[in-house]
Write a protein that binds this ligand. Sequence first.
Ligand code: AMP
Length: 308
Amino acid sequence: MAKLLIVGTVAFDAIETPFGKTDKILGGAATYIGLSASQFGVESGIVSVVGGDFPEEYLKMLNSKNIDTSGIEIIENGKTFFWSGKYHNDLNTRDTLTTDLNVLADFNPVVPKNFIDCDFLMLGNLHPSVQMAVIEQIPVRPKLVVLDTMNFWMDNTWDELIKVINKVDVITINDEEARQLSGEYSLVRAAQKIHKMGPNYVVIKKGEHGALLFNGENVFFAPALPLEEVFDPTGAGDTFAGGFIGYMASTHDISFNNMKRAVIFGSNLASFCVEKFGTERMENLSKVEVQNRLQQFKQLTQFEIELS
Ligand code: AMP
């Protein structure tokens, strides 16, 4: 069975959307990635850090999904990373209100021994130096290294971010971040520039407008499933990334054609994430629901046309 190592924040989030508001709930990039990838039955583990304020029941919940949490360091006298955000009425854009790095500020990640030989590595959103430190601890390069990041790290740790981007096969970012990273408005040009920074594959997430996959001259587009109700988009990008790498790891096939399928699996899972606040929907998602929605996806995107 493929081994998937996930690095990223395990966090407390406070979220405000036009439909309501939460106090501190479970969040974090690695949390969403792990929950999403767990749909594929791969052996996965998380490298992260939390404070003494982090409830054990959250770790147990992750364990119950077969996610190894031995790489989540607990700093007893520290506080867990905290993020809060407020969504605008269209739910496509949000303002970050707070980013308290807390224990993440001085985190030195240690890859657990049983994941040193991981086949797939997902560098979820967190400090690029932490992402780099994890790459450096893995002696044999994994089959596929995927990186996700966000504007916060572009604004604050540009040089470190550029170095780590140079080491990965796939980068997944949203459209706004792709523009910031490349200085190009056209997403096609942005992808070309990002290729030159290192990654052979560039995935640009466009929220409710789907996702684009670029590999040189090859381009693939997957729509997002039109949903009747979107409640809270938090974690959709991470859930997409978790579905993408979880599927790649479960198939062991890193071809462009298989990546297209991975984009569909990622989009499919992200469509569930947004239906409830926080991680709730992903914690209680059945295989049957996932399969049924994949069928809807197929219908949405299939058409016959005769070319003369
Ligand atoms: P997404 O909606 O996919 O961009 O991911 C939202 C998640 O990312 C939330 O659960 C936050 O805890 C986490 N997050 C927010 N800001 C950061 C950051 N600067 N670094 C790492 N994770 C973050």
